[in-house]
Design a protein around this ligand. Sequence first.
Ligand code: ATP
Ligand code: MG
Length: 726
Amino acid sequence: YATSSDSLLAGLNNKQLEAVTLPNQSALILAGAGSGKTRVLTTRIAWLIQTGQISPNGLLAVTFTNKAAKEMLTRLTTMLPINTRGMWVGTFHGLCNRLLRAHHREALLPATFQILDTADQLSAIKRVMKLMNVDDEKFPPKQVQGYINSCKDEGMRAHSVDAYDPHSQKLREIFEEYDKQCQREGVADFAELLLRCYELLERDANIRQHYQNRFKYVLVDEFQDTNRLQYQWLKLLAGHAQGNQRNCIFAVGDDDQSIYAFRGARVGNMRDFEQDFAIENIVKLEQNYRSHSNILDAANAIITHNRNRLGKNLWTSAGAGEPVRVYQAYNDIDEANFIVEEIQSLHRDGVDLSDIAMLYRSNAQSRVIEHALFSVGLPYRVYGGLRFFERAEIKHALAYMRLMANPNDDTALLRVINFPTRGIGARSLEQLQEVARQNDTSLWEAALLNTGKIGSFVTLIKQMQEESIGISLPEVAELATTLSGLKTFYQGEKEGEDRIANLEELVSAATAFMNQDLGLRIEQSDVDENGEIVQSLLTQFLGHASLEAGEHQADVGRDALQLMTVHAAKGLEFKAVFISGLEEGLCPHEQSLYEANGLEEERRLMYVAVTRARERLYLSHAQSRMLHGQVRYGIPSRFLDEIPEELLKRLNAKPVAKPFFQTASSSSEQKSAMPWKIGQQVGHGKFGQGVVVSYEGNADDLRIQINFGKEGMKWLALEYAKLEAL
Ligand code: ATP
Ligand code: MG
């Protein structure tokens, strides 16, 4: 441990030192990737505690992912001999959840309120829409979900949303009904956690003052990705709106790494923060400690193509290091095989698999790689893919556990009322829903009036509730998987073993949860005004399952390759990084090209990806790939062109040409009239270089579709288009 503040601060550069030891005032640390922002933030916490300026309970720190929060707590325990349990270090969602649990009455929530994850929320929205007879073609539920969440992210309830035309009025109405339904059922979606917490603090002066007095220091990592509501929440906690009383906010961020605009993130928060908190000087960190300069220069070269930047210079003293490797594959399978071979060879050279990351733009891309890894038996871990807690059988078991905790949770009830099947048909369910609607009650309360098959479900849940009294959390999990009939059901199913194994894994997860010091758990002092501990271990566990999905995969602790989307890789670093699928349409993603500032956001995403690498970086693209059941042909991403050639090492000068690509639209008799091959590279006077993607029509009326990358997809009439072979 650091025995004096000197040893704690040793090794920091001057700017970092300045940031860590700033006097008690609000501050903004604006700095590029790998410059030590997170390290500065963590060291500041340790320094504040060690120098006696604050007790561990007197500060609140927000990070972006649960993984980052845990890492921060682990780092703290290596710096100081303190018990981090009970410290308020977590994600916005996690911290709001905790605050709401402690004050559930004031927040008008039941003590056992459950959290709806994204999929649960969608099904809840579908239910509301059905009851309201809303046409789901005119109002696709996913869009409605996006609408509701973005309203909440902006801090708005249905009654405060403007709606002038019938379409938006209907949306607003659904929003309102959905919120009522959640309230009735005692559930809260992710965005609700924040909004509810914000409203509570705003409304209740006692609670607000309590936390304002407590959290003299508020520290925020990845500040560039906060949304409007999160910023308002921070301001409220800091006592900003109330004038005289002011706590300090220490924010660190990088505008070049803002990649969550699609979830309402506002880089503008940085400018607002500067003004609102009268930040006098922004500390800039310019030395990068993470990457060799070839990697850093590549990242810098890419990001300079963005216009709207606050501007920073990053340098490193680490030396050039290895060139950035570029591999051009002829298809996705070739790409996957190449990556797997390289990983094997790195591993043979002594690199830990867990120090190697494989990054991609969208989840669907992981399948081919997973397959290749699986066939050679390389262990890997997927973050943010199909997460453990999102698997169907786990959600079923959790639904039983949720009903034990709170039977009014309609989403949980609907999930399992007839699963495993117990002869409750659609008709009886509709009747049940009608009774609930007429009496304005939850389905459970309506079911209590029922006899027959629904009655036997009620009896089952009551029995589970009784048996769960006084037993441990893993035993409750066990109960949910057995008494419910889930295990027996899967035993009778083909390929049910996997599911049963997962159900057993749930019991292990519950055991781990019970034994592990997760740091984020509620401390004993979080009791309500009657001295009642407001959160049972069961409720905590269920909250954890919703919030931390994906962090309890079976192979935790084993050395495994890390697979994740670029979004999930934020803040992390690895010795070697592979970025795959660098093709126009994938990265930058085709959708982004239709959105304002979409391309700049994609470029920031690329910047985040590249800056994850410490020593070795591989960039790969494929001439064709199978995605969403279709073969796509792509030209190399423009981001590759943005990197100076001298930083690169091309691993294969000329791609291995594979003669044939098949598409659904090419039939054999048309082929004779078609002078170009699908997949062939062609040049056009105006649009530049492109790839032939498909064609239609006959001999003199042939139209040919070409992907021109930056210029987009074009249909050209063959007769007039002057194309040359490349
Ligand atoms: P990102 O923008 O990606 O979140 P960051 O700015 O938060 O990056 P850190 O993760 O804190 O950067 O630091 C990057 C790496 O550099 C870490 O491995 C960290 O330990 C190391 N590092 C930071 N400062 C120093 C220093 N003064 N001396 C040595 N290593 C350092
Ligand atoms: Mg960081």
